[in-house]
Design a protein around this ligand. Structure first.
Ligand code: ATP
Ligand code: MG
Length: 415
């Protein structure tokens, strides 16, 4: 099957020119280049996807170096893996040397040697991701589909390429459920059977790799569908015995999406995911997934703040009281609690802190207090603190208000 016309219609002009240039340069050295993986799948489905992956039968790193020299691209090469990334202003392009993989033991990283396109396709996760399109001049647009991926796309099936696939690499369980939910596909019968059988193989996967797949899931439009399904399959339970993916998570994820900038959303999902955890659960989870320090802090803060929410559940609490309670917590933890709490009063205080209180500053600073004759030291510290409190509570507004209050406080403290 030839997809030359579809490629021309699908890819933006700039990308099209680039892949043609790359393929042309490769041909001069007798190398062949293919579009592969997600972009082929999405082109056949008619979904936009401009994260291009290219496979090179030859040397991808050397080819990427040449391309970087002749176009305005930044190059990031991994000689050891035979892969390279070209970074342009609006997009990136990944080039990989066609490779063959063997797994020494389940869950381990595979041993890699150079191979043909077909070797490169059989090492992939699912048939729908194991298709390529030739970019070489002599068969431009030809679909290479040795494992009937197109047929599975039409039948709306997720299918592994061999029965040991999930045990070789159990992250594919998480990936499979992600595609199942994203496209509303089903697992082919044998694949569904292998998946259930191999869930315990998740224990062989490193924390970094599991975390990476969760991050991948958290980039979905509706990650809660994936989380609920992983829960139903008892995959979540295998990762951490206290993890849940119920209706509560679905509702809160949906709320998070309506509030948060996309860049912070995955971290917020992580905080909500552990909301029901106790102190022991969270430490186990952070260690199992090797969560980086910054996110660990936000997740721990989320749970620490949760225990203090009753203090916020008081209509009489002044803004300065809210500030005092919340200033020590990571903003992400405050946001997570605003979404999670059932108390409208606490929620309102958390939101006001995030949108207003945390930015409140006095007009006067230490230098200006000095000019008013207030000497630096503990007294000045207390005056600045009182000014800030008065500003939070709306007792002072202007510079003149602050000046007046500072002077009267200083007189009082001197007495
Ligand atoms: P998405 O739209 O989710 O990004 P994608 O197909 O681009 O889909 P990536 O995670 O970017 O997925 O991976 C690129 C390709 O690498 C996949 O299409 C798949 O063929 C292959 N791949 C990724 N992870 C694995 C894995 N664990 N085992 C086998 N093949 C994999
Ligand atoms: Mg991708």
């Amino acid at each position: 099957m030839n997809l030359a016309r579809q490629i021309e219609e699908y890819l933006p002009r700039q990308l099209l020119k680039l892949v043609r240039d790359i393929s042309g340069q490769a041909a001069k050295q007798g190398q062949r280049v293919y579009l592969v993986g997600g972009v082929v799948r999405d082109m056949l489905l008619g979904y936009p996807n401009f994260d291009l992956d290219l496979v090179v039968e030859g040397d991808a790193v050397q080819l990427a170096q040449q391309v970087a020299e002749t176009s305005q691209a930044k190059l990031l090469a991994h000689h050891r893996f035979g892969t390279a990334k070209l970074r342009y202003e609006n997009f990136t392009m990944d080039l990989a040397t066609a490779r063959k993989e063997t797994y020494a033991s389940p869950g381990a990283l595979p041993t890699v040697t150079p191979g043909t396109l077909k070797d490169d396709l059989i090492r992939r996760d699912f048939s729908i991701n194991a298709m390529a399109i030739s970019l070489a001049a002599d068969d431009y647009g030809e679909l290479v589909d040795p494992y009937q991926g197109k047929n599975d796309l039409e039948r709306r099936l997720i299918r592994i390429l061999h029965p040991k696939s999930f045990s070789d690499d159990a992250t594919r369980i998480l990936r499979g459920v992600c595609y199942e939910q994203r496209f509303s596909f089903e697992f082919e019968a044998q694949t569904a059977h292998s998946l259930k059988r191999d869930i315990p193989m998740l224990d062989t996967i490193s924390g970094d790799r599991i975390r990476h797949e969760l991050e991948h899931i958290f980039e979905e439009n509706q990650p809660e569908l994936v989380i609920e399904r992983l829960n139903g399959l008892e995959v979540l339970h295998r990762i951490n015995a206290s993890l849940k993916g119920d209706g509560w998570i679905a509702e809160k994820f949906d709320e998070a999406r309506r509030l948060k900038k996309p860049t912070q959303l995955p971290s917020l999902y992580f905080c909500l995911l552990v909301y029901s955890f106790n102190g022991k659960d969270i430490e186990e989870f952070l260690a199992r997934l090797n969560i980086p320090a910054k996110l660990s802090r936000a997740m721990r803060d989320t749970l620490r703040l949760k225990t203090r929410l009753p203090l916020l559940d008081k209509p009489s609490l002044k803004p300065s009281g809210v500030y005092h309670l919340l200033q020590e917590y990571d903003p992400l933890a405050i946001q997570a609690n605003a979404i999670a709490t059932e108390s409208p009063i606490a929620r309102r205080s958390l939101q006001i802190f995030l949108t207003k209180l945390r930015y409140v500053r006095t007009v006067l600073d230490g230098e200006e207090l000095k000019k008013l004759g207030i000497s630096p030291g503990s007294q000045m510290g207390r005056i600045l603190e009182s000014l800030h409190k008065a500003k939070l509570d709306g007792h002072v507004r202007t510079r003149a208000d602050e000046k007046k209050l500072a002077l009267s406080l200083s007189l009082k403290l001197e007495r």
